[in-house]
Design a protein around this ligand. Structure first.
Ligand SMILES: NC(=O)c1ccc[n+]([C@@H]2O[C@H](COP(=O)([O-])OP(=O)(O)OC[C@H]3O[C@@H](n4cnc5c(N)ncnc54)[C@H](OP(=O)(O)O)[C@@H]3O)[C@@H](O)[C@H]2O)c1
Length: 270
């Protein structure tokens, strides 16, 4: 932070390394004008100070996901989660949720789509509440149903969309909630039977970070951003490219999403 336009909190940030966004400068509006610029104006509450062990690179992709993870944790608690099922569990979001939910002693059923992701999560986040399933396994639905009933997994954090949502909805205990917060498959949500909504009490609801933050007052936002700092170390950077390598960078990210974030750096641009 190189300068402040006034106010005590902004003054405390001057000279500090920060991750930041420009979202919510005006309520609910995503602003243009680029956090990629050499200098950029934003509000102090859009900044998260970086601990010494967190790199600028981690900070660059570290605002949205940690804040979202904390918002989803709050939603899980609001919905009285006994256990949580999550899709896309090898993602950066998924890993943050595993950590946050374990801290609250809420068991997780983590759905991934490759065997090496199953192993990676089991190795890295081993604990009594951790369960990992591969959605490509022939016994996936049967295994999920058994586990969801056993743990009373009544909240689903869902970021893939497509037919898997219907499959999961068939495995849930009564009065469960599916929180849709992403669409990684780029498909519509499919396969939820009307009966599970009418008779089974299933609810489908959405989560969007900017809506979540808009409902918070300044003290709540400061408390959330303080906690978000502790998640920035979880951000994994896979590769870095110059702006001229945009196509290569996109291909790398699409082929290896679970390996971490891909950064575009003006400093690497030819
Ligand atoms: N609603 C909000 O406010 C909000 C805020 C932040 C993030 N999000 C959402 O959170 C999700 C995760 O973001 P992230 O940054 O943590 O992701 P990420 O680290 O880039 O990882 C993406 C993950 O999704 C998996 N994946 C991709 N396409 C898939 C598919 N069709 N079926 C199953 N798995 C698939 C990838 O697995 P492979 O390695 O197997 O490809 C990878 O593990 C995204 O949907 C993002 O939009 C929402």
């Amino acid at each position: 932070m190189v300068g402040s336009g006034g106010g005590f909190y902004a003054w405390t940030l001057v000279g500090k390394r920060v991750a930041f966004t420009r979202v919510l400068e005006r309520p609910g509006l995503f602003t243009k004008g680029g956090t990629y610029a050499e200098y950029c104006v934003t509000s102090a509450t859009n900044c998260i100070t970086l601990d010494d062990n967190v790199s600028f690179e981690q900070g660059a992709s570290g605002v949205c996901n940690p804040l979202t993870a904390l918002g989803l944790l709050e939603r899980c608690k609001d919905r009285n989660a006994q256990a949580v099922i999550q899709t896309g569990a090898a993602s950066q979001m998924g890993r943050m949720m595993i950590r946050l939910l374990a801290e609250e002693n809420i068991p997780t059923i983590n759905i991934v789509r490759k065997d090496d992701q199953v192993q990676m999560l089991k190795d890295k986040y081993a604990g009594p509440g951790l369960h990992v399933l591969n959605s490509e396994s022939p016994t996936f639905e049967k295994d999920l149903k058994a586990l969801a009933r056993e743990l009373n997994a009544n909240v689903v954090l869902e970021c893939v969309a497509g037919p898997i949502v219907g499959v999961i909805s068939n495995c849930l205990p009564r009065n469960s909630t599916i929180v849709s917060y992403g669409q990684l498959s780029e498909s519509k949500i499919e396969g939820i039977s009307a009966f599970s909504v009418i008779g089974g009490g299933l609810k489908l609801e959405g989560f969007l970070l900017s809506n979540f933050l808009r409902e918070k007052n300044i003290f709540q936002i400061l408390s959330i951003t303080k906690k978000a700092r502790t998640l920035l170390g979880e951000v994994i950077i896979n590769k870095e490219f110059g702006l001229h390598q945009i196509h290569e960078a996109m291909a790398e990210y699409k082929a290896n999403m679970s390996k971490g974030k891909v950064l575009l750096k003006p400093s690497l641009t030819l």
